[in-house]
Design a protein around this ligand. Structure first.
Ligand SMILES: [Zn+2]
Length: 142
């Protein structure tokens, strides 16, 4: 496992989203599995700042997930999982034990659920995976 250094990666709201996305894309040329962690939505949750949380998620979508999806489709087989490690609701400003939402796409991912990607949808979902390492296994084997 290699840890990549990304200039401007702060672990905060002002992190380098473009750099993280670009580093992940470059890593896909030499690695089978790439994990990108962006802390900004969690920090916005701790601040109780819904606007900052939405902005962080939109930046992740635009500069990390979107470019990764485009790159992944250049491979014969690919898969992507997008998930928070835990919810940090802006109304509570602390981590919660609610089930975090997750979203998968790619080769041999057949289930198509027309649900929003959020905590409320996760709570009402029939698919719940109790432990984080079990989600990783589900992702790799699904
Ligand atoms: Zn936190």
């Amino acid at each position: 496992m290699d840890v990549l250094d990304v200039d401007g990666a702060t672990g905060y709201l002002d992190t380098n989203y473009v750099g993280k996305g670009a580093a992940a894309i470059a890593a896909l040329d030499s690695h089978d599995l790439v994990v990108v962690h962006v802390e900004a939505p969690d920090e916005a949750g701790h601040l109780g700042d819904a606007d900052a949380k939405v902005e962080a998620i939109e930046r992740i979508d635009e500069f990390v997930v979107g470019p990764l999806l485009k790159k992944l489709q250049s491979f014969d087989e690919w898969r992507i999982l997008v998930a928070p490690d835990h919810p940090t609701p802006v109304g509570k400003r602390v981590h919660s034990n609610d089930p975090p939402p997750f979203c998968m796409a790619g080769t041999r991912v057949h289930s198509v659920l027309k649900r929003p990607f959020g905590e409320a949808a996760a709570r009402s979902s029939d698919l719940k995976i109790e432990l984080g390492h079990e989600l990783t296994e589900y992702f790799l084997r699904a």
